[in-house]
Design a protein around this ligand. Structure first.
Ligand code: FNR
Length: 180
C-alpha cells in the first residue's frame, strides 16, 4: 500500500514533519509513505494551471499512484497554514487527483488543543468538490503541548499517543481495504 503525505509546515524543525517521518518509519511494514515536496511548489496561480511547472505534474503523478493520503497539519491562526492550502489548491484543479482518495489527518501544535480548529477547517476543505478526498470518520489525532512529546533529538516519544496512533493507523488501513 502507498500513502502520499502532505506536511503542512515548511520550516526545517517542523514537529508535523518529524511526526510524519516517525510514522513513515514506524508503519513501513504496512505502507510505503511518499512525503510530497510541497516546498517546491510555486504559489498557485490560475493563469498557470493548464501549463504548470513540472513539479506540479510530478506531484500529480505521485498522488495518482497512492492508495491514500495522510495530512499532518499545524494550526496557524485557528486554521491550516497557507503553505498547505497552496498545495491543496494546486491539486484540486484540472486533474482533480485527490477525488475519492481516502484521507487521514493528524496534527501537532504547541498549544493544548492540538490543532482542533485547523483540523475542522481541513476536513471541510478536503470535502470540497475540487479536492473531494474522503476523510476517515472519527479517529481524530490532536497532539497538543507538543514540546513535551518529542525528545531532545526531535524524536516522537510519547508512548500513550503512539499507542493511540497505532490504533488509528490500523483503523485507517482496514477502512481503505474495506472501501476500495
Ligand atoms: C502558530 N501556532 C499556533 N498554535 C496553536 O495551537 N493555535 C494557533 O492558532 C496557532 N497559530 C499560529 C500561527 C502562526 C503564524 C505560527 C507560526 C504558529 C503555534 C504552532 O502550533 C507551532 O509553531 C507549531 O510548532 C507549528 O507546527 P510545526 O511547524 O512545528 O509543524
Amino acid at each position: 500500500m502507498k500513502i502520499a503525505a502532505f506536511v503542512g509546515s515548511n520550516r526545517k524543525e517542523s514537529l508535523n514533519k518529524k511526526l510524519t517521518i516517525f510514522m513513515q518509519e514506524r508503519y513501513k511494514d504496512q505502507f510505503e509513505m511518499d512525503i510530497l515536496p510541497l516546498e517546491e511548489l510555486p504559489m498557485y496561480n490560475q493563469d498557470e494551471e493548464f501549463n504548470p511547472p513540472e513539479i506540479v505534474n510530478d506531484i500529480r503523478r505521485r498522488i495518482k499512484a497512492c492508495d491514500g493520503l495522510l495530512f499532518a497539519t499545524p494550526e496557524y491562526n485557528h486554521s491550516i497554514s497557507g503553505f498547505l492550502k497552496n498545495g491543496l489548491d494546486w491539486f484540486s484543479r484540472v486533474e482533480k487527483v485527490m477525488v475519492n482518495k481516502p484521507a487521514m489527518i493528524v496534527g501537532v501544535s504547541a498549544g493544548a488543543m492540538g490543532t482542533v480548529k485547523a483540523q475542522m477547517h481541513l476536513r471541510q476543505i478536503l470535502n470540497s468538490t475540487g479536492v473531494g478526498a474522503v476523510t476517515l470518520p472519527g479517529n481524530e489525532v490532536f497532539i497538543g503541548s507538543a514540546v513535551e512529546k518529542f525528545d531532545e533529538n526531535g524524536r516522537f516519544t510519547h508512548e500513550q499517543t503512539i499507542d493511540f496512533l497505532d490504533n488509528v493507523v490500523k483503523n485507517y488501513i482496514d477502512w481503505i481495504n474495506k472501501i476500495k
